[in-house]
Design a binder for this molecule. Structure first.
Ligand code: AMP
Ligand code: MG
Length: 335
C-alpha cells in the first residue's frame, strides 16, 4: 500500500469515526445550501442504525428548509414570493412566514444593519459567484433604493407574504443557515440523540455533551490564517455563528469586497474582519453576526455591551480584538 493511500485511509477514518464502531462520535459531511454541512453526534450507546437514521433525518430537514427558503432555487417558496413583488401577496408556509418575521425583528433590533431585503444588492454584486464585479455607482444607487424591510408585509391570518415594490427581493442567506441548524438539532433530539453539533458553514448549534460526557470544544477561526484559531471554547448547549470577510470575497485594485452588504451604502461592509456571536439559538447568532459585521467596530461594540444575552468576539479591520462574555480572555496578542 502506498504512503498516499495509507494517509488517505487515515484521513477517512478521522473524518468518519464510524470506522471505530461502538461508542464515541459519529460524524458526516454533506454539501447543502451551497456549503459544507457537518453533523457530529455522540453515539451514547445507541445502536448504529439509530444513530445513522437520526443524522440522515437531520440532513433531510436541512434540505427541506433549503427547498423552501433558497433564493438560488427558482422553485422555492421564497423565489415565488420574490417573483410577485409589487404585484400580489403570496401564500406561504407558516414556517416561512415565521422565519421572515424573525428576520424583520432582527432588522429592527439592528437598526437595519441586518436587512433581509438586501436581495437586489446581493444579485447586483454577485459575490461568491463567477460574475462578481464592482458595479457602477448608478447601479448601486438603483439597487439600494429597492432595499427596505418595512416594505415586507406579513399577514399571518391569511398566511401570506407581500413585498410591496416591484424589483424588491427577500434574501434569507443571513439567517436560514442558523435556522436550519436549530431545526436539525430538534430532529436529532427527537430521535433520541443526547449530544451533537450541527455545523452549517460557520453556523453551529451544539447540544448535550460530547465523548465521555465532556463539553464540546469549538474553535473560532482566525480571519487571516486559514489553519489557525483565534480561540477555543468549551460549551454544552449554545449556538455560535461567525461572519467574516474571508470566505466569499474578491479583491479588485487592492480592495477587498466581501459578501456582506451594507444596506445604507450599497457597498460591502468593510470595518471588520470577523464577528462571532454566541447565543441560545442559531438563527439569532447567525443574523446578529451578519448585522454586527455591517455595523462596524464601534456600533457593534456598543450593541454587544447592551445585549448581555449574547457573547461576542470581533476582529476589526486593523486587527484589534474586542470581546464580551466568555470571549473576554482573547487578546490582540492572539492575532
Ligand atoms: P453570513 O455569511 O451569515 O454573514 O450571511 C451573509 C449572507 O446574508 C449573504 O450571502 C447574503 O445572502 C445575505 N446578506 C448580505 N448582507 C446582508 C445584510 N446586510 N443583511 C441581511 N442579510 C445579508
Ligand atoms: Mg450570519
Amino acid at each position: 500500500m502506498s504512503i498516499r493511500l495509507i494517509a488517505l485511509c487515515l484521513l477517512v477514518c478521522l473524518a468518519a469515526p464510524a470506522c471505530g464502531g461502538g461508542d464515541g462520535l459519529y460524524k458526516k459531511t454533506k454539501v447543502i445550501m451551497g456549503t459544507y454541512v457537518t453533523i457530529t453526534v455522540a453515539r451514547g450507546g445507541l445502536p448504529e442504525v439509530v444513530v445513522r437514521a437520526a443524522v440522515a433525518d437531520a440532513y433531510s430537514e436541512i434540505e427541506r428548509i433549503d427547498r423552501l427558503m433558497s433564493t438560488y432555487k427558482p422553485e422555492s417558496q421564497l423565489s415565488q414570493i420574490n417573483r410577485e413583488a409589487g404585484m400580489r401577496p403570496v401564500k406561504a408556509d407558516p414556517e416561512v412566514i415565521a422565519v421572515i418575521q424573525d428576520a424583520l425583528d432582527v432588522a429592527t433590533m439592528t437598526g437595519g444593519a441586518f436587512d433581509p431585503t438586501v436581495g437586489p444588492l446581493v444579485r447586483l454584486w454577485g459575490i461568491g459567484g463567477d460574475k462578481a464585479r464592482v458595479p457602477g455607482k448608478d447601479e448601486i444607487d438603483a439597487a439600494r433604493r429597492l432595499v427596505g424591510f418595512s416594505h415586507v408585509i406579513l399577514d399571518k391570518k391569511a398566511g401570506t407574504v407581500f413585498i410591496e415594490n416591484k424589483g424588491m427581493a427577500v434574501d434569507l442567506g443571513g439567517i436560514a443557515k442558523g435556522y436550519a441548524s436549530d431545526r436539525a438539532v430538534e430532529i436529532l433530539k427527537a430521535r433520541g440523540i443526547k449530544g451533537g453539533i450541527v455545523a452549517v458553514a460557520g453556523d453551529l448549534k451544539l447540544f448535550g455533551a460530547g465523548e465521555g460526557g465532556k463539553p464540546w470544544k469549538i474553535g473560532i477561526q482566525h480571519p487571516r490564517k486559514p489553519d489557525a484559531l483565534l480561540t477555543e471554547l468549551e460549551v454544552n448547549d449554545a449556538a455560535t455563528s461567525t461572519s467574516g470577510d474571508y470566505e466569499r470575497y474578491f479583491i479588485k485594485d487592492g480592495r477587498r469586497y466581501c459578501h456582506i452588504l451594507d444596506p445604507k451604502t450599497g457597498y460591502p461592509a468593510s470595518g471588520l474582519m470577523s464577528v462571532t456571536v454566541l447565543a441560545r439559538d442559531s438563527y439569532l447568532a447567525d443574523s446578529l453576526a451578519t448585522g454586527l459585521f455591517v455595523m462596524g467596530p464601534e456600533k457593534a461594540n456598543a450593541f454587544a455591551r447592551s445585549h448581555p444575552e449574547i457573547e461576542v468576539l470581533m476582529v476589526a479591520g486593523d486587527g484589534s480584538i474586542s470581546s464580551t462574555g466568555r470571549f473576554r480572555g482573547v487578546t490582540p496578542g492572539s492575532l
